[in-house]
Design a binder for this molecule. Sequence first.
Ligand code: 4AZ
Length: 393
Amino acid sequence: MKSTLRIGDFGVFLATCLLSFTVLETVQAQQSCRNPNQNRGTCISIYDCPSLFSVVQKNPLSSEDRNFLVSSKCINGVGRQPHVCCTNDRGFGVQESTPQPSPVTPTPTRNSGPNGPQGQGNLLPSPPNCGPNSFMNKIYNGNDTALDEFVWMALLEYVDRTGRRELSCGGSLINNRYVLTAAHCVIGEVLKEVGRLTTVRLGEYDTSKDLDCIDNNCNQPIIERSIEETIVHPEYDPLNKDRTHDIALLRLDPPVLLNEYIQPVCLPLVSTRQAINTGELLVVSGWGRTTTARKSTIKQKLNLAVTDHATCQRKFATRNIKLIESQLCAGGEYYKDSCDGDSGGPLMREGFNNAWYQEGVVSFGNRCGLEGWPGVYTRVSDYVDWIQETIRP
Ligand code: 4AZ
């Protein structure tokens, strides 16, 4: 991912926003909840909860502190995320040991009318069982993600003819069985250029380290899954340079046990969908090419503005590429772009219930980071029906 975004600038901006919002935001919907000590509290923004805000500001944050924060998360649609069950407690009651958050399995939502294929339950999670927010991202801003940010990111592993393994495209976990990626990461040129897709890696942060730790917070070891089935969108044509329907599903074997660092992203189901407006900022994440390296070892993130579709169509038409409505353009600013290696990864936004939704799949561009050339993404909302009809328990 190419970017000129500077870490410091964004940190100062965020801190200023947080402070001013704390002062301005006086009306807060009160929702009762129980904190991890089973004490009754109110589900509010962490920025409005002095006891827990003081914990999140500790440096370093102990794993017990972090577990308490994670276990305090709750869902409330009002105010800035993340929301916590706020009491006066600053940590686990009298417990001596560090309780580990129990693995979370997404609760399949009931067959929700227009969302689910007829007669089949909806296998895609809804908030709070998908798209969780980071607790650390106010510290690690700019290009590197926080350790616990975008924890649905997948890395795809290939084997070439000589048996050499290579990590290339990205993907996103959408439930405990399926990863969403780009069709061009699975079939076509990729077979010659990289190799055969064999494995999905989840829970990764820094590919150069076995154990990823930041300020005493360490994630759990990565997990790898083999691919039981690869399902490329039936209308994708690897020979067509327009790259329409560039989307594919990977069925993992066996299913993954979710944890704090491995969670599914939410998809824009009919019930949670919001229009995507030109100029709106979305976030892309991946381990792809940067301005200085062929691949990034650390998971990256970058804000990109949605481009007007007609303008983007006209731009790509000059290269004889015909874009359709189910493709989404974003970026077009010098050096701010997704790039090779990011393909198949998600373009996201924080939406309904303050959860993260995947709106695009990184598809292609005219090289990377060229002024006036947005990146092209597969528009996920147009494929939710196909995904729902295709996935099985
Ligand atoms: C690629 O080669 C690629 N700028 C992916 C995304 C973009 C360009 C190239 C978008 O995989």
